[in-house]
Ligand binder design. Structure first.
Ligand SMILES: [Zn+2]
Length: 151
C-alpha cells in the first residue's frame, strides 16, 4: 500500500494564570509523490507544526504565556548541568554529594562548638579558682566587717 496523503493537526493551549488561556493550532496536509517516504514526510510536517506552534505562543502578548511557551532550561542546583525529566532539583549523585557535604558541615560545626565549650569551661574553671582564692579572704573580711557593724 502506498500512502498518498498525510495530514496532521497539532494544538497547544497555555493558561495565562489569570483565568484565561491562549490556543495555537496548526493543521498541515501534504500530497505524497511516488518518491516520498510517508514516515519521513510525517516527521518533517510534525516538526514544522511544532515550530509554528512555539513561534505563535512565544510571541504572545501575555507574559505568562510567553514564559510557559519558552521555559528556562532546568539545571542541577549542585553541578549546574541540565537535568533530565526524571530529576527534580539535582541529579541523584549530586543529591547524595550535597547530603554528604551537609553532614560533614554539621559535624564540623559540632566539633567547633564542642571545642568552644571546652575552652569556655576551662576559662570558667580558671576564673573560679582565681576568684575562689581571692574571695576566700574577701569573704572573711566582709564577715569580720559585718560582725563589727553595730546593729
Ligand atoms: Zn548535578
Amino acid at each position: 500500500m502506498r500512502v498518498t496523503r498525510i495530514s496532521i493537526a497539532l494544538e497547544q493551549r497555555l493558561g495565562d494564570n489569570d483565568y484565561g488561556s491562549e490556543r495555537a493550532q496548526v493543521e498541515y496536509s501534504a500530497e505524497l509523490g511516488a518518491e516520498d517516504d510517508a514516515l519521513d514526510c510525517t516527521q518533517k510536517l510534525l516538526w514544522q507544526a511544532r515550530v509554528q506552534l512555539l513561534h505563535t505562543l512565544t510571541n504572545s502578548r501575555t507574559l505568562a504565556i510567553r514564559r510557559k511557551a519558552n521555559p528556562p532550561e532546568r539545571i542541577c542546583a549542585e553541578c549546574k548541568l541540565p537535568l533530565g525529566d526524571d530529576d527534580d532539583y539535582r541529579h541523584p549523585a549530586c543529591e547524595e554529594a550535597m547530603l554528604e557535604r551537609r553532614k560533614q558541615q554539621e559535624e564540623e560545626r559540632r566539633a567547633r562548638y564542642e571545642a568552644d565549650r571546652k575552652q569556655r569551661d576551662a576559662e570558667y574553671q580558671r576564673q573560679r579558682e582565681l576568684a575562689g582564692v581571692a574571695s576566700g579572704r574577701d569573704d572573711d573580711e566582709v564577715d569580720d566587717d559585718d560582725e563589727d557593724v553595730p546593729l
